[in-house]
Design a protein around this ligand. Structure first.
Ligand SMILES: *[C@@H]1O[C@H](CO)[C@@H](O)[C@H](O)[C@H]1NC(C)=O
Ligand SMILES: *[C@@H]1O[C@H](CO)[C@@H](O)[C@H](O)[C@H]1NC(C)=O
Ligand SMILES: *[C@@H]1O[C@H](CO)[C@@H](O)[C@H](O)[C@H]1NC(C)=O
Ligand SMILES: *[C@@H]1O[C@H](CO)[C@@H](O)[C@H](O)[C@H]1NC(C)=O
Ligand SMILES: CC(=O)N[C@H]1CO[C@H](CO)[C@@H](O)[C@@H]1O
Length: 642
C-alpha cells in the first residue's frame, strides 16, 4: 500500500514536472527571436537534456505534435532520431559559447554564422613557381555522366496517394485512410521520391550514351527521414550499387551523401564516442569496390567515406570527399566547445591527394555531395577548403557536387574582395537531382578535354513529367547545353576554350545586365517546375551565391529579428523550401515552424515552409494546452525509462 502510494506520489510529481518542462520550452521558443534569446532557449533545453534523452525527445515530440507542424508520426520519428543527438550536444557544451551560437544558427537560424576561426591549412609544399600547364591538343572530348540525389524510394507504391501531408508521398502510410485523391503513376510524382522504374530508366539512358565513366554525387536513400533505419539504408545502398553495376557499362565514381546515414545526416566525428556511421562506409566500400578498385575501397573504409582514384587511360585523379563533416545539419558537429578545424581529417586527405596529383603531373577533379558554398555549409570548413582549392588551382580542373537538387554552380576567386573574370579561378558544377521531388528528373553529360580534363560543354538531360508518355516510359531528352545557352550572351566563347571559371564569371556578369538570360537560368534551376519570378534582392542574392564557393561570401545573412532562412524564403521564392526539396523535413524545419507559430504570440499561418503547405493557425494558449496534453499522454514512456 505504502509502495503504491509512493508510486502515485512519484507519478504526480513527475507529471507536474513534465507540464512545466513543456511550458518552459514553449515559453523560451516564443521568446527566441534573436541570437541572445536563442542562447537562453538553449539553456532551458540544456536543463531538459540533463534529465535524459527520452524526456528530452518526448518533450519535443509533444511540442511538435501540438503545434501541428507535421503529422504525428513524422514528429515522433524525426525527434526520436534527432532529439538524442541534440540532447547529447547540449550536455557537452556551454549554452553561451560559440558552438551554442552555431547550434542556434543551424537548428533555429537565430544566430548569424560566427566569424571564421582563423586556421591556416598546412601544405606539404609551397605552390610551384612554374606550375605544369595543361594544354589542349584539340583531340575530341570524351563523355562523362554526372547524376546526383537519386533518393530512391523502394517503398514507392503506384496507386498510392501522391497528395499527402507528409514530407514525401506515394506510399501506403498507415494513417492515410481516406480515398486516394491523386494516384501515383509508375514513373514518379512531384511530391515523391524516385521509384525504381525511374532510376533504372535513367541508368539505361546513361548506358546508351558513350560515356567513359560516371560520377554520382550522393544521396541514394529517400527522404522519409522519420522512418529510415540502418537496415533499410543498407539495403537501399546495396540495391543501387547493384543496379549501377548491372545497368551501366562503364565505371561510376560515387560520393557519400547525408541521407546515407540513419538517423539522417548523423555522421559523428571520431572525437565523439556515441552514434556510429562506420556501417555506411563499410557498405559502400564493398559496393563500390568493383568500380573504384580495392585500394580506393579501403580508403572509403578508413577515411570516413573519402577516396581517390585514377580512372584507367586517364591522367586524372578523382578525389571523392565526404563533406558531411562540414554540414550544418550534421548535429554531431556541435557536441564540443573544442576547436576542431578538420573533422576526421577530410581536408588533410584532400591536401595529401592533391599533392600526389601535382607531384605526378596529373589533373584532379574533386567530387562530393554537399557543396561548400551554400547556407548549410559551415563557414570554417568552407574557408579551409577554399584555401586548398586556391593552393592547388593549377591541378584542379573541376569540382562537382549535388545536394541542392538545383541546376546551379559556384565560382571560387583568388580574391573574393575583387571578383572579376581574371580573379575567378575555380568552378564548382552543382548537378541537378534525379529525384522528381519538386523538379523534373535529370542527369548530365560533360564533354571533357582529354588533355586538360576541363569541361568543354555540359549538357543536361531531363525527362519531362508533364509529357503524357512519362508515366508509361520516361523519355530522356537534352534540356540544354551550357555552351549554347550562355556562350552567345557573353559575346561568344571560343570553341577551343573550356567552360572555365572565367566563362562562368562572365555568365554571372551577363545575368546582371541581361535579365532574360538570368530568368532562363532561374527556370533551368528546377527544370521548369514551380518557377517563380526572381528579381530585385532575389536576383542580387542569387548572383552573389553563384560567386561564393567560399560560404562566408554567399550573402546569406540574418536580418535582425528574422531568421535568415525565412528571409531567404522571402527573397527567392524559387529557392523556397530548399530544406524541403533537398532534405525532406528536418529538425530545423520543425523548430522553425514551431518558432514561426509562437513568435510574438500572434496567430501565425505557416504556409509555404511545409512541403504540403496547409495553412494552420493556432493561438498560443491552445498550443500550450495541446502540448501539455500530448506530453502527459506519453509520460509513461518516460517513467518506464527511469
Ligand atoms: C490535396 O489534399 C488537400 C487536403 O486534403 C486538398 O485540400 C487539395 O485540394 C488536394 N490537392 C489536389 C490537387 O487534389
Ligand atoms: C581522428 O581522425 C584524424 C584524421 O584522420 C586523426 O588524425 C585523429 O587521430 C583521429 N582521432 C581519433 C580520436 O581517432
Ligand atoms: C581587381 O582585379 C583586377 C584583375 O585582376 C585588377 O586589374 C584590379 O586592379 C583589381 N582591383 C583591385 C581594387 O584590387
Ligand atoms: C487567434 O485564434 C483564436 C482561435 O482561432 C481566436 O479566438 C483569436 O481571436 C485569434 N487571435 C488573434 C490575435 O487573431
Ligand atoms: C523502417 C523501414 O523502412 N524498414 C525497412 C528496412 O529495410 C527492410 C529491407 O529492405 C524493409 O523490409 C523494412 O521495411
Amino acid at each position: 500500500m505504502l509502495f503504491l502510494t509512493r508510486i502515485a506520489y512519484f507519478l504526480t510529481l513527475v507529471l507536474i514536472g513534465y507540464a512545466s518542462i513543456v511550458s518552459d520550452i514553449l515559453n523560451a521558443l516564443e521568446h527566441a527571436v534573436d541570437c541572445g534569446s536563442c542562447h537562453t532557449l538553449l539553456g532551458v533545453l540544456q536543463g531538459v537534456a540533463l534529465l535524459g534523452d527520452s524526456i528530452f525527445s518526448s518533450a519535443l515530440v509533444s511540442v511538435c505534435e501540438a503545434a501541428g507542424v507535421e503529422d504525428d508520426d513524422v514528429c515522433q520519428g524525426l525527434l526520436t532520431e534527432q532529439g538524442p543527438i541534440i540532447a547529447h550536444d547540449l550536455r557537452s557544451i556551454s549554452s553561451t559559447g560559440q558552438t551554442a551560437s552555431k547550434l542556434c544558427n543551424a537548428v533555429l537560424g537565430l544566430c548569424q554564422d560566427p566569424a571564421v576561426n582563423a586556421f591556416t591549412v598546412p601544405f606539404p609544399k609551397a605552390a610551384p613557381i612554374n606550375p605544369k600547364v595543361f594544354t589542349s591538343t584539340g583531340k575530341p572530348p570524351f563523355q562523362v555522366a554526372h547524376f546526383s540525389d537519386a533518393h530512391i524510394d523502394r517503398m514507392y507504391t503506384t496507386g498510392a496517394d501522391s497528395n499527402c501531408t507528409k514530407p514525401i508521398c506515394c506510399r501506403n502510410f498507415a494513417d492515410q485512410t481516406g480515398p486516394v485523391q491523386i494516384p501515383a503513376g509508375p514513373s514518379g510524382s512531384l511530391n515523391c521520391d524516385t521509384p525504381t522504374t525511374l532510376v533504372q530508366s535513367m541508368l539505361r539512358a546513361v548506358a546508351a550514351e558513350n560515356t567513359q565513366f560516371s560520377i554520382f554525387t550522393g544521396d541514394v536513400v529517400e527522404a522519409a527521414v522519420w522512418l529510415v533505419d540502418q537496415t533499410e539504408n543498407t539495403s537501399d545502398m546495396q540495391q543501387f550499387n547493384t543496379e549501377m553495376q548491372t545497368l551501366l557499362n562503364s565505371p561510376v565514381f560515387p560520393a557519400i551523401g547525408n541521407h546515407e546515414a540513419a538517423p539522417v545526416n548523423a555522421f559523428p566525428r571520431n572525437t565523439t564516442n556515441q552514434g556510429q556511421v562506420q556501417w555506411v562506409f563499410d557498405t559502400q566500400s564493398q559496393g563500390w569496390n568493383p568500380f573504384i578498385s580495392t585500394a580506393a575501397a579501403s580508403q572509403v573504409q578508413h577515411m570516413s567515406g573519402s577516396y581517390s582514384v585514377n580512372p584507367v587511360n586517364t591522367n586524372l585523379r578523382i578525389i571523392s570527399l565526404n563533406t558531411i563533416y562540414w554540414y550544418k545539419d550534421n548535429f554531431y558537429l556541435f557536441d564540443s566547445d573544442k576547436f576542431q578545424p578538420d573533422p576526421n581529417g577530410i581536408i588533410a586527405f584532400a591536401v595529401q591527394e592533391l599533392q600526389a596529383a601535382e607531384d605526378a603531373g596529373q589533373r584532379a577533379w574533386i567530387i562530393a555531395h554537399m557543396p561548400p558554398s551554400g547556407g548549410d555549409a559551415l563557414h570554417d570548413q568552407s574557408n579551409y577548403f577554399d584555401q586548398v582549392v586556391q593552393r592547388y588551382k593549377n591541378t584542379i580542373a573541376g569540382l562537382f557536387f549535388g545536394h541542392t537538387h538545383k541546376d546551379e554552380f559556384a565560382i571560387g576567386y583568388s580574391n573574393y574582395n575583387n571578383q572579376t573574370a581574371d580573379t575567378a579561378d575555380a568552378i564548382a558544377w552543382i548537378g541537378p537531382s534525379l529525384t522528381p521531388r519538386q523538379a523534373n528528373p535529370t542527369f548530365r553529360l560533360y564533354d571533357v578535354d582529354p588533355d586538360t580534363y576541363e569541361i568543354m560543354d555540359s549538357r543536361t538531360f531531363m525527362s519531362d513529367m508533364s509529357d503524357p508518355s512519362f508515366q508509361s516510359s520516361p523519355i530522356w531528352k537534352q534540356e540544354y547545353s551550357a555552351r549554347d545557352t550562355y556562350g552567345p550572351a557573353i559575346g561568344g566563347w571560343p570553341a577551343t576554350q573550356s567552360l572555365n571559371p572565367t566563362f562562368w564569371h562572365k555568365v554571372t556578369e551577363a545575368f546582371v545586365s541581361n535579365d532574360e538570360l538570368f530568368q532562363t537560368f532561374n527556370s533551368l534551376k528546377t527544370r521548369g517546375v514551380g518557377v517563380s519570378e526572381c528579381t530585385g534582392d532575389c536576383k542580387t542574392t542569387t548572383i552573389c551565391n553563384l560567386r561564393a564557393l567560399r560560404a562566408e561570401n554567399n550573402c546569406i545573412a540574418a536580418t535582425p529579428g528574422i531568421n535568415f532562412r525565412r528571409a531567404e524564403e522571402k527573397v527567392d521564392a524559387s529557392q523556397r523550401g530548399h530544406i524541403d526539396h533537398c532534405e525532406g523535413i528536418g529538425l530545423r524545419t520543425i523548430f522553425e515552424n514551431i518558432a514561426l507559430k509562437t513568435v510574438a504570440g500572434h496567430n501565425l499561418t505557416v504556409d509555404g515552409l511545409l512541403t504540403n503547405s496547409f495553412k494552420r493557425t493556432m493561438d498560443p494558449e491552445s498550443l500550450i494546452k495541446r502540448a501539455h496534453d500530448a506530453f502527459s499522454k506519453r509520460s509513461y514512456i518516460v517513467i518506464n525509462a527511469y
